[in-house]
Design a protein around this ligand. Structure first.
Ligand code: FRU
Length: 484
């Protein structure tokens, strides 16, 4: 089949999936595919007058397979409309998958840079593969024409993927991509171009030797400007847990520094971008007003995905604005989330002492904002039915979001000043919780899978906690999902 035929088959498969979805955990206001499997966000950009978010997609099943690029567009980052599949594997160089990549507008067209993936032995055998960087272009932002391979790997490199393109201040282009050297060093490589078709490089932007000695591959790197700093974000493979950090099977981290067009000089060490269970392969986009926005796959490799029984698998985080403030990278939900609010309730301040209080009998899709003074309580916070607890623990000085699933507990924590009040901005959707802590200083994102009970309860155990500035906003549906 040629590319057009492959796309038509993929769209038909997705339509079939979409018609049979079980919606019990399907997000009301987070982007997810209309059916099938998704992983990384790709090609997140503002181009031809709209935001575009493409994604790794397998429309034939709820498990990973030969990767396509799904496609959705938005005017405001929160109301999304699905479009037909943008890329399908069809050529000798991308036979087994159109892997992750990025997009940019240039000369009135939308250009995609993606990795052409081929398993050279058995399908799925990661030890024998060939990866090249490919270009595709669209005049209308919907239909894409493949233009072939534009970057071949350096001699001996097999893992060589995930190009992320952006502009230098002089208007020319750079891209970063992730690579694994033949002796298992992870590298972020830098290439440059003036026309997106001819690329010079690579230069080594960053090596695991100087940053994460255990890392053998940097997946999905990004290099972007936030304030007057440059940020490197990436998903390293091979790192081990350390205390409350890096406990996930797959992690995503960032650091900031300066970048002069060739050299990145770090001014911080890598830290995890999101402390939760469900954040991987982040990608950023520059909004027309200059804001830097990021999203990520709100799942990750090697964890359970119960929604795969329901005809779909995987979703994306809320778009978040990244800022650099007082030596710290912050993330806040984009201000456009206000457009999702259907009603708001302001709750009078209250204290709880060894007690609990219902905040919402059936929390499906809402935003809960509050300030918590936990100083005198051993544990205080909120719970969602029997499937999640968000609690401040005075003993350890930690805020923990715990996913509870049939007796299995998976907690993820951030450190807090145990004596200080903490402000929480919590986004609950049908199968996710995102918690922005202290005005975006830290974020915890975890998928949760309630089996019916969705009562939202505030509690304080062994002592007294004060809950102030409490607002509950119900959020409406924002995804035009079931039709093209
Ligand atoms: C990250 C990743 C990328 C790759 C894609 C394949 O999750 O492994 O490195 O391009 O997924 O689907």
């Amino acid at each position: 089949m040629n590319h057009q035929e492959k796309l038509a088959a993929a769209n038909a498969a997705e339509n079939k999936m979409a018609a049979a979805l079980n919606l019990r955990w399907y997000p009301k206001y987070h982007l997810a595919a209309r059916g099938g499997w998704v992983n990384d966000p790709n090609g997140f950009c503002y181009a031809l007058g709209k935001y575009h978010l493409f994604y790794q997609h397998y429309p034939y099943a709820t498990a990973w397979g030969p990767m396509h690029w799904g496609h959705a567009v938005s005017e405001d980052l929160v109301h999304w409309q699905h479009l037909p599949e943008a890329l399908a594997p069809s050529e000798e160089y991308d036979r087994d998958g159109c892997f992750s990549g990025s997009a940019i507008e240039h000369e009135g067209k939308l250009w995609l840079l993606y990795t052409g993936h081929v398993f050279t032995a058995e399908f799925g055998d990661d030890t024998h593969l060939r990866q090249v960087q490919c270009l595709a272009v669209s005049e209308d932002g919907v239909n894409f024409k493949k233009l072939g391979v534009v970057i071949e790997p350096p001699e001996g490199f097999a893992h060589f993927r995930d190009p992320k393109v952006d502009r230098l201040p002089d208007g020319s282009f750079y891209l970063v991509l992730g690579a694994r050297t033949p002796d298992d060093e992870g590298r972020i490589l830098l290439y440059k171009s003036s026309d997106l078709q001819h690329w010079c490089g690579p230069e080594i932007l960053l090596s695991s030797k100087d940053n994460d000695p255990a890392c053998f591959m940097y997946e999905c790197p990004d290099l972007f400007k936030a304030g007057d700093k440059y940020v490197v974000a990436t998903s390293p493979m091979g790192l081990k847990p350390e205390g409350i950090e890096r406990n996930n099977p797959s992690i995503t981290q960032w650091m900031y520094g300066t970048f002069d067009g060739s050299t990145f000089k770090k001014e911080s060490e890598f830290t995890e971008i999101d402390a939760g269970l469900s954040f991987y392969a982040t990608q950023s986009c520059e909004a027309p007003d200059g804001r830097r926005i990021l999203s990520a796959w709100m799942n990750m490799w090697h964890v359970s995905w119960p929604e795969d029984q329901d005809g779909w698998n995987g979703a994306f985080t809320l778009p978040r604005e990244v800022t650099f403030e007082n030596g710290h990278l912050c993330q806040r939900p984009v201000r456009e989330v206000a457009a999702l609010v259907t009603s708001t309730e302001e709750v009078a301040d209250f204290t709880l002492s060894n007690a609990s209080r219902t905040m919402c009998a059936d929390a499906q899709a809402l935003r809960l904002q509050l300030t918590l003074d936990p100083e005198k309580a051993e544990q205080s916070g909120i719970s969602l039915g029997t499937s999640a607890v968000l609690s401040v623990d005075r003993q350890h000085g930690e805020l923990t979001l715990t996913r509870i699933d049939k007796g299995l507990y998976l907690p993820r924590s951030v450190k807090l000043d145990p004596k200080a009040k903490v402000s929480l901005d919590v986004f609950i959707d049908r199968s996710s919780i995102e918690v922005f802590v202290n005005d975006g200083q830290q974020v915890i994102t975890t998928r949760v899978f309630p089996q019916g009970d969705r009562e939202l309860v505030a509690f304080a155990s062994n002592g007294e906690a004060a809950f102030t500035a409490v607002t509950i906003s119900q959020l409406g549906s924002s995804i035009d999902r079931l039709r093209f």
